[in-house]
Design a protein around this ligand. Structure first.
Ligand SMILES: Cc1cc2nc3c(=O)[nH]c(=O)nc-3n(C[C@H](O)[C@H](O)[C@H](O)COP(=O)(O)OP(=O)(O)OC[C@H]3O[C@@H](n4cnc5c(N)ncnc54)[C@H](O)[C@@H]3O)c2cc1C
Length: 413
């Protein structure tokens, strides 16, 4: 059996895959055009929830889309020139929000997320950076108390999956998050989860751990992958040709491009997100807070209060539009009235999104020694450790104790 595995992409998914492969005794080579953990995996909202089971596409979501698109503070933005290209994916996205598909998608999301806090703590154990994962609840804050109603579909789906949660009133919300505006009258609190105090640092610490355990890291850009002799792979890079015995594509939003030359087509969309860090905030947020109206997440991190969100569809090669990050100044002020918004730092990164909010994990039928671990959309930071565990199991041919069908690359055919 070939014991060397090459991973294209050193975001959090590639890094966690490397750690799990090392545990199984593989020789691991990580490849990225940038240093590890500098893509979507660095700038996310840092929510690590074992309980995540609600996809982005939910029944009736289309009713909100028109008002969201025209609002500069809306959670969705579609660049006008990209609209036609975007439509086929958008239709698949809406179809995946059919009520009859939600149970299967919710189960598949749950299966990937459930062990995430424990797996992060295991990976970080002994690195000296254990503090970067902090216990947290997930505060879903509502201005109108009627919104915090557990009979609504999303909350019902969570209840069916035994998610520990409760509704709190305005007073209780103030006790949990004293910095929150009194305009917020209720919240649903999801308990027993964690948050990252610096997602990029976690990725870098774990990449260093992988290297200290024998993995190598090569900073090159992969232009193309081609099947070679005896099930091997040839990688055409900006610094010449490389060989791989077993190959995992974990290149986030760029993964579909690497598969194109093989004739493998998948509906992977580039979903750009933004964050703004308030570097001298003057207030502290104790947990991850989701502003349910504005659809953004706020969390105190090491560098300040990070406000993250927005789904901008403009294509993989479009430049970031940082006005989308700066709208968070107004939005966060409504949520945290005492926050100082003078000293900010913006960031943008691209989520790799499939219409059903599930990634592709497993082998690529018809191609020996080729595996995928990409497409984690809004949930990749939480799903990464178990994705790594699962893909390492698939590569080694061992049982993975998880139904792989929902993550199959053939599910879109
Ligand atoms: C604003 C925002 C908030 C988010 N909040 C959360 C959250 O709170 N919780 C959560 O679970 N998830 C969250 N996410 C989602 C999460 O960040 C992503 O799903 C996850 O980071 C994807 O990880 P990845 O390793 O697949 O991709 P990436 O981190 O993008 O890594 C892919 C890597 O592949 C490399 N690469 C690509 N192509 C090539 C090539 N041809 N050659 C060499 N290298 C290549 C890139 O340089 C990059 O480093 C959020 C995302 C955003 C944008």
């Amino acid at each position: 059996m070939a014991k060397k595995v090459t991973i294209i992409g050193s975001g959090i998914v590639g890094i966690c895959s490397a750690l799990s492969l090392l545990e199984k005794g593989f020789e691991v080579e990580m490849i990225d055009r940038n240093p590890p953990a500098e893509g979507a995996s660095s700038g996310n909202a840092g929510v690590i929830s074992p309980w995540t089971c609600i996809p982005q596409s939910m029944p009736g979501i289309w009713k909100n889309v028109p008002k969201w698109i025209v609002d500069p503070e809306g959670p969705i933005s579609i660049r006008p020139g990209y609209l036609l290209k975007f439509m086929p994916w958008a239709l698949k996205f809406l179809r995946s929000g059919n009520v009859d598909r939600l149970q299967a998608i919710g189960d598949a999301m749950s299966a990937l997320n459930r062990p995430n806090v424990d797996l992060y703590r295991c990976h970080l154990n002994g690195t000296g950076s254990e503090h970067l994962v902090s216990d947290s609840v997930y505060v879903h804050a509502y201005k109108k108390p009627a919104g915090a109603n557990l009979s609504h579909l999303g909350w019902r789906l969570r209840q069916e999956r035994d998610v520990p949660m409760e509704v709190v009133n305005a007073g209780e919300l103030q006790e949990i998050e004293p910095a929150i505006s009194k305009d917020y009258k209720a919240a649903v609190i999801i308990k027993d989860q964690a948050r990252a105090l610096d997602p990029g640092a976690i990725g870098k610490v774990l990449a260093e751990k992988a290297m200290s355990l024998g993995a190598t890291f090569r900073q090159v850009t992969i232009n193309k992958i081609t099947p070679g002799d005896n099930g091997s792979w040839t990688l055409d890079t900006d610094q010449g040709e490389l060989k791989a015995e077993k190959l995992i594509i974990a290149a986030g939003a760029w993964s579909a491009r690497l598969l194109e030359s093989l004739g493998v087509k998948v509906p992977l969309e580039a979903e750009r997100g933004y964050h703004l860090v308030f570097q001298n905030p003057g207030v502290t947020v104790n947990n991850s807070i989701m502003d349910t109206e504005g659809k953004f997440v706020v969390s105190s991190m090491l560098a300040g209060v990070r406000c993250a969100g927005t789904a901008e569809f403009a294509g993989l090669d479009a430049e970031a539009d940082y006005r989308r990050a700066h709208v968070f100044k107004r939005m966060v002020k409504r949520l945290l009235p005492d926050i100082n918004i003078d000293d900010t730092k913006e960031w943008s990164g691209i989520r790799p999104s499939f219409p059903d909010s599930l990634p592709c994990i497993g082998n690529v039928p018809g191609y020996e020694n080729l595996f995928t671990a990409f497409g984690h959309s809004h949930y990749g930071f939480g799903m990464a450790p178990n994705t790594g565990r699962v893909v390492a199991g698939v590569v080694s041919g061992e049982p993975v104790n998880i139904d792989l069908a929902p993550y199959s690359i053939t599910r879109f055919q």
